[in-house]
Structures are given as structure tokens and as C-alpha cells.
Design a protein around this ligand. Sequence first.
Ligand SMILES: Nc1ncnc2c1ncn2[C@@H]1O[C@H](COP(=O)(O)OP(=O)(O)O)[C@@H](O)[C@H]1O
Ligand SMILES: [Mg+2]
Length: 494
Amino acid sequence: MALWLKSQRKNRAATDLARYLADPVGFVEERLLGFLWSKQKDIARSVVSHRRTAVKSCHDVGKTALAARIGAWWLSVHKPGDAFLVTSAPTFAQVKALLWREINRVHGQGRLPGRVNQTEWLFGNEIVGFGRSPPDTDPTAFQGIHARYVLVVLDEACGIAKTLWDAADTLIANDDSRILVIGNPDDPATEFHEVCKPGSGWNVIRIAASMSPNFTGEAVPDWLSPLLVGKTWVEEKRRRWGEKSPLYISKVDGEFPEQSEDGLLSFKDLRAAVERSLPAEGDNELGVDVARFGGDATIIYHRMGPVARKVGELRQRDLMQTVALVLRSIAKTGATRVKIDDAGMGGGVTDRLKELKMEGAFDAQVVAVNVGEKATTTEDAAKFMNLRAQLNWGLREIFHAGLIDIADDDDLLAQASSIRYKFTSANRILIESKEDMKKRGLPSPDHWDALVLCFANYSSFDTSYRWVGAEDEIEKLYRKLGFEEHVMMNGGPR
Ligand SMILES: Nc1ncnc2c1ncn2[C@@H]1O[C@H](COP(=O)(O)OP(=O)(O)O)[C@@H](O)[C@H]1O
Ligand SMILES: [Mg+2]
């Protein structure tokens, strides 16, 4: 009797859920007792009516939250065993900590069928859904999935390798399957950009911050609005990145920035540097970019071999406070060399540091770098207009070769993706001046400049420095780290 009752209830639950087959919005509202704002509803409905949906969107509008609910809907409304859910994102952390954490939440809230662990959904012992982040090169990533109704969800779509897109496409070959890809449109040289172009056959939905509830006044529950992108954040980014910066265009406007021909770094190289982890072994050095104008900050970057992180930031133009910050950074990191931009107030900072060093306050070598000077060797002077160009180019080579590991720091990424270069009439490389950047509405690239100094390779003492050159540096790191495979995987030297 009890058993009969149980199976009756189960059947009822199943038919109950099947009601929502064409109504994911109703499923979320009635079954999960949740809420979707208008664009989230549009996306949910698009998955019903279109086989392929692409969402290019600004930061923090509930893309991942929506994708998780769609995944849960898909497995709940189809007959157990008929449907399959495959999700992927560039890193396993993104799969587990973002999308599947939300799936776990809604599974519990909705008391949905089956059970869910960190990255899998099971009915009995049968896996009906999983999240994976296979290595770029694995063509078998999604093999062995045979269900009538397959839903593929790709999150952070710009970082997903072409091989995976192809694998996903074979999964949704029949009319009843669906694919939903979502992400920040931060890299135009990606498959994500291709599918977002008109005529691709995908239903493309764009979300700019200005379309979201905190900007339009669309009514949402009190608990939701503080979780979504807000005016303060956008205003801060406008100031810090500049409206024309590729990062602003992507993270605020929800549009693909153009990969400018003359951009010093590609988005691909930048993202790869964020995603890889290298061992922190090697030179232990600081790069200091000293504040010049009202809005600038003093930024200190530290590197241990290829691993670079920001260790100091000071938004005041005060000589003694800047010196104190450098001293604290030396103490904190044990750096053996500090390279300081010598222009303007930087000169005062190096002078004071040299005094302090004589007094025995610290051991690190202090190197004053004037990037306006000519390149360090005759050969380099023929190639680069000045030291600034030489050092910028050197760091670009290090990014190309995959020999740098940086944090996901948007200030740095915004600046790094805004730097432009050109060839002069004498065929020498010149980096766009800060004045010209200012005219383009871009702030002074203080984070980037500190990173450049951090990687500038000087030996010997004080002012008689010698640039070892990016290629030697790369060779050295390459051999020391033995990353042959890793370098190749990330595109390798071009
Ligand atoms: N419809 C929703 N229901 C519940 N939580 C939501 C909803 N939309 C967004 N959130 C929450 O808002 C925050 C930001 O959403 P997220 O999906 O991470 O944004 P995005 O992927 O666009 O950056 C998360 O904490 C998420 O759980
Ligand atoms: Mg997200």
C-alpha cells in the first residue's frame, strides 16, 4: 500500500513537471518559487523556441543563475532517461563553484527528481547530467551521450576551445536538442563571436548593464536587486577603465570589442595568462609606477619568476607615503630588486630609497628606470623608439610565449588590452603616449606600467642596467620550468 502510494505520488510529480515542458518561466516561478527578470525570461523562452541560443552579456546580470535553472528545468520536465544535460566552462572551478553550485541550490529548493552531487545529476545510478571542463585538445570530451533530448550549456563562452564547440554541436544534432551559450563578449577572436554574428543561425540575446533592473527600474524582489549589476559599479568602471576600453565595452555594454590591429596584446594571450598557474620560482622583483597626475595611483607589482601580483596601491601623491609603501612591499615579498619609474615624482622616490638603503633600511637593489630614454643596445635602438617601447614589447613577448601568470584583475586587464603600438616612418616601434590615451578617454595605464617594470630585466647596478631581452628571458624561463607542453597548449610562440 505504502509502495503504491509512493509510486502514485511519483507519477503525479512526473506529470506535474511535464506540464512545464514548454514553459521554463512557469517552472521557475511555480515549482522553484523563484523569480526571473525580463531578459532571463527571454533567454528561457528562447531555449524552448530555438535550437541554438547565444547570450552576450555584461557582468553580473544573472546569466549563470538562469543557465542553472534552465538545466534543472530540462532534466525535470522530460521523462527520466530521455534527457541529458551537459555543461562546460573554461575551468573546472567555474563549472563546480558557479553553475553546479546553483544547480545544487535549485535542486534542493524545488525538491526536484533524482539527486545531484558537485557536478553530476543522477537518476538512481544513471548519470543524466554533468559538468566538465576538458582540456582544449580532448576531442572525446562528450562522447558516449545518447539521449533524445540533449541540452548543452556553455558558460563563459569566450574561453571555450573550438574543439569543444564542435563536440557540442554533434551532441545536439537532432531537432529536439538545444544549446545555450552565455558569456561576457570579451574576445572577438573566438567561436563565441562567430555565433553571435548575424546570419549564424543562432538566436542572439544581448544584455547591456543599462537594460538591467537597477538601470531601467524594472520591478524585482528586494533580495535580487543588490545581487545584480548596479549604477555605482558601472560609474566606477567608467572612471577607472574608460568607456572606450575593450573591457568596458564587454563588461558593461555587453558587446564584443574590436580587436584593434595595433593592440599590443591579444585578448587570448591576456586570458590565457589569467587562467594558467605557473610555479612561483625565479627572480623576486618589484615594479613601481609612481602617481603623476590627480587621478593616477601609485601601483606596485611583484613577481616571483613568472607569477606576478599587485602588492600595493596608493591613491595619493605623497612622496613619503609612497616610499613607505615601497618599503612595506619589500618587507612583505623579500624582493631583491625594485625598479621604479623615474619620471616626475618617481625621481624623489628613488632618491629617498637610495638614502634609506645606505642607512641599511633594506637590502634590495634600487633601479631607477626612465622609459623615455633610448633603448638599451644599439640593436634595440634600431628596433624601438625608446625604452618604453622596448620594455612593453618585451612583456608582450612573454605573454605570447605563455610565460606569465597574472591574477584576474580587471584594472590590469582593462589597461593591458587598451595599449596600442605603431611603427614609425623609420620602422621603429612606438607605444601610444599617455596623452593620446587620455584623448581616447583612457586613464593612465598605471597597473600595466608597474607590471612592465616588474618584468623589465636588469642586471648589474643602479643606472648602468642592461636589458637581457625578451628572448633570452623566455629561453631561460622555458628551460627552467620545462613547460614545453604548456606553452604549446596556450598557443605557444607565434
Ligand atoms: N533569477 C535569479 N534568481 C536567483 N538568484 C539570482 C537570479 N539572478 C541572479 N541571481 C544571483 O545574482 C548573482 C549574480 O548572478 P550570476 O548568475 O552569477 O551573474 P552573471 O553570470 O551574469 O555574472 C548570483 O549570486 C546569483 O545567484
Ligand atoms: Mg556567470
